[in-house]
Ligand binder design. Structure first.
Ligand code: GDP
Length: 495
């Protein structure tokens, strides 16, 4: 497709998006993102379960589970239900499967997000007296997508040679070099001017992907580098669209037709045109509100180096939402989002006394990324939440001391002080206190701190034992601050 037709299509598509916004009126598209394992699947499952069962809570004699969500507090929700989604070409979020996993006899966490999916929620509610009292209807289209994909936005304005150079430079850093050694060694032996060879391209892509994966593994927890699909391929798993890799910086000449460098460059450009642009144009640019989920506790567990690295990763992820950055092309793909919630997930791994401290650490993590001038026009809030609360709290006496503990069933294989948990037994855990001054969490040497040296240690727990309603259907699990998230993300549109 020529560049002109391409641009024309983009312009027409944004006009259609605008028309869609006006036509929709009473609804919004809510993006849910975050890096892999941040908690997107659990969040969407819990949110949809809460909103589709909320209207019956009072009739069933249950306490209002979402007191801070004004629609719930004021008892104005008439019904909440799932509806077929508007985009037939996008996978539906597997809500029923995820609820079944969480509440089935094995109580398993659901399968995490691997690709984009959608879920449409329809709320019938009573408007508040005033401008337009009476019944109203509101549609929330939830769009679940891997945060890794957002890292690809800057590629749109980067040539293959610039991206190659930057990627090679990054891989030489002390923390990355050992992980990148195989790929760098292989690449060093390649002649970019040699004739294109599919086997070599495949091998280079394989080694490059292995390096990106190793950097993101639990052991290293380094931030993710683009291309986002190399780690989260979605439906491109094993596709030739991902068979390219950076080549060592050459002499700056245009690659000769038919050379390895020319093939790599062509594939890189194809990735941008056929993978990156369609995602940003068809999905990202249409979002109205966004929640970005962050697993800060995993990074805290790994030590200050991992936390600082998460800070970089979040910077890169949040850059996609910044207004006024980049050229005309990337601006075209930026959504007109007016509210962004950044949420630290799994707060149930902590005693509530530390929830505010977790928020403070998240604020510190994202401070640079959300400096006000760059997000002008969008309201940003930061919270700590647990969409599903797998623990409860207890004060445990130890001699003369009373310690604030959390009680839950640690996942099979989790260890603490030499004890290995079997996944069946409940335990009272003292996760420790997060530091009062969030900056303290970022200080320390570059190595992951040893378990016994740190002031805190977070275990992963099994989902809570489910409770069933009078109709035999599972009720949503308890949560932490999910109602605050609802109020911020769409409460204002339901008055
Ligand atoms: P995704 O990759 O962003 O979709 O991440 P998931 O939603 O699949 O969450 C990854 C893992 O984090 C889950 O398997 C759970 O172990 C854990 N998790 C996510 N949300 C919660 C939560 O609210 N509470 C607890 N205790 N664990 C959670």
């Amino acid at each position: 497709m020529s560049a002109l037709t391409d641009l024309f299509r983009e312009a027409r598509s944004s006009a259609a998006n605008l028309a869609e916004v006006f036509a929709r009126g009473r609804g919004l598209r809510l993006g849910v993102t975050g890096l892999s394992r941040a908690g997107k699947t659990v969040f969407i499952t819990a949110l949809a379960q809460q909103l589709t069962t909320l209207a019956h809570a009072a009739a069933e004699g249950r306490k209002n589970p979402l007191p801070v969500f004004r629609l719930a507090a004021e008892g104005r929700l008439i019904a909440g239900r799932l509806e077929p989604q508007p985009d037939d070409h996008v996978a539906r979020f597997a809500f029923e499967d995820h609820v079944a996993a969480l509440t089935g006899p094995d109580r398993l966490w659901p399968q995490s997000t691997r690709q984009i999916s959608e879920l449409r929620l329809l709320l019938d509610f009573q408007r508040r007296d005033g401008f337009r009292p009476g019944p109203g209807r509101f549609v929330i289209d939830i769009v679940d997508y891997p945060g890794e994909w957002l890292l690809d936005l800057p590629l749109l304005e980067k040539s293959y040679s610039v991206w190659s150079r930057e990627t090679f430079e990054a891989s030489a850093a002390a923390a990355r070099a050992p992980l990148a050694a195989d790929w760098r060694g292989f690449s060093a032996g390649l002649d970019p001017k040699a004739p294109a060879d599919e086997a070599i391209a495949r091998k280079a892509a394989e080694l490059f992907t292995a390096y990106l994966r190793a950097a993101r593994s639990d052991a290293f927890a380094l931030s993710t580098l683009p291309p986002g699909r190399f780690l989260m391929p979605g439906d491109l798993e094993g596709s030739p669209a991902l068979t390219f890799a950076p080549l060592p910086p050459g002499d700056g000449d245009e690659p000769a037709p038919g050379s390895l460098a020319a093939m790599m460059e062509r594939r890189y450009e194809a990735y941008k045109a056929h993978v990156v642009k369609p995602f940003f144009r068809d999905h990202f640019a249409r979002l109205d509100r966004q929640i970005v989920l962050v697993d800060a506790l995993a990074a805290l567990n790994s030590g200050p180096a991992a936390l600082r690295d998460l800070q970089h990763a979040l910077n890169d992820v949040l850059a996609a939402f910044r207004i006024g950055r980049g050229n005309a092309l990337t601006k075209l793909f930026r959504p007109k989002i007016d509210k962004i919630l950044i949420a630290a997930t799994k707060a149930d791994h902590l005693h509530h006394l530390s929830h505010d401290r977790l928020e403070a650490i998240l604020r510190q993590l994202t401070a640079r990324a959300i400096s006000r001038s760059e997000f002008s026009g969008a309201a940003v809030d930061v919270i700590a939440l647990a969409a599903v609360r797998a623990t409860r709290e207890a004060a445990v006496r130890r001699g003369r001391e009373t310690i604030d503990a959390i009680i839950g069933t640690p996942l099979k294989g989790e260890t603490l002080d030499g004890q290995i948990f079997d996944g069946e037994t409940e335990a009272a855990i003292f996760p420790g206190q997060l530091p009062a001054d969030p900056r303290e969490a970022f200080r320390g040497d570059a190595l992951a701190q040893a378990e016994d040296e740190s002031d805190y240690r977070f275990l992963r727990f099994r989902p809570p034992i489910p409770v069933f309603g009078t109709d035999g259907k599972p009720l949503p699990a308890p949560h932490i601050r999910l109602d605050r998230a609802c109020q911020f993300l769409f409460g204002d549109r339901l008055s």
